[in-house]
Ligand binder design. Structure first.
Ligand code: SF4
Length: 249
């Protein structure tokens, strides 16, 4: 029976889980069963993102850096030596909620938070800082890439700059936008790496169709089954002890 979704926010991680394994999606995004996480796994990324947020606001980071761990300071120095960190900032930590009509007549909401939106010449960059984690293996088709590009263009085409809280005027065409992963490792030798994904109108419309189809499928799903091939697609999945995959193999 078609229905509004039982959860209110559809993130890039929800699309990843849905594509990977419906059972994982059910535990994580419908029932919201979250296992306690070790904060040490996120500390470096959290600290560097916080510093970048301060930098975007024009605040002095000196005191924070004096007391920061070495890996944070090394990452920070490398980022500050790279031009991408000094591009004019349009928005930082930009949270979006983009409506997505379903084929059943409901409206669901796509959500996320973009690390930074910046301008390089005539191009608007969707920047994602990668500290501690690497760039996705196939960035062009990664759900984060696709959702964030879609969201920025969609909102910029349908809202005023004031509504967006974006320092940007005029309609934004997909061809003017790029996604940039900026990877920085906390060592003294590896350079900061930029991975750029171009965007265009054809990709935007294809993403719209794909997202709409998936959100509509989410609205009628009732079984949330294990993968048809009985193979677990995620060796790091937290739900292995309860999902039933081990009893199938
Ligand atoms: S352990 Fe594997 S099969 Fe089980 S829920 Fe997670 S991803 Fe799916």
């Amino acid at each position: 029976m078609p229905r509004p979704l039982e959860f209110t926010q559809i993130s890039s991680d929800a699309f990843k889980s849905w594509s990977r394994c419906k059972r994982q999606f059910f535990y994580k995004h419908v029932k919201k069963m979250q296992w306690p996480a070790d904060i040490q796994h996120f500390r470096l990324g959290r600290d560097v993102h916080k510093l970048l947020d301060y930098q975007a606001r024009g605040l002095d980071c000196t005191l924070l850096l004096e007391n920061a761990p070495m890996d944070v300071r090394v990452s920070w120095q490398k980022l500050m030596a790279h031009p991408v960190a000094h591009l004019p900032v349009i928005a930082n930590e930009w949270a979006f909620h983009v409506p997505m009509p379903t084929r059943q007549g409901f409206t669901e909401w796509l959500t996320g938070r973009i690390d930074r939106v910046a301008r390089r010449d005539d191009t608007v960059l969707v920047i994602d800082w990668k500290t501690g984690t690497g760039v996705p293996r196939n960035p062009e088709v990664d759900w984060q890439t696709r959702l964030y590009l879609y969201a920025l263009v969609e909102v910029a085409q349908t809202s005023s700059a004031a509504d967006l809280n974006l320092n940007w005027n005029g309609p934004l065409q997909p061809e003017q936008v790029q996604f940039v992963y900026v990877e920085v490792k906390a060592d003294s030798h590896s350079p900061v790496r930029e991975v750029v994904v171009d965007y265009n109108t054809a990709k935007h419309e294809a993403t719209r169709q794909t997202l709409s189809a998936i959100v509509s499928a989410m609205a009628v799903e009732e079984e949330y089954g294990l993968p048809d091939n009985r193979q677990c697609p995620d060796k790091f999945c937290a739900y292995r002890s309860i999902c039933g995959i081990e009893s199938l193999n």
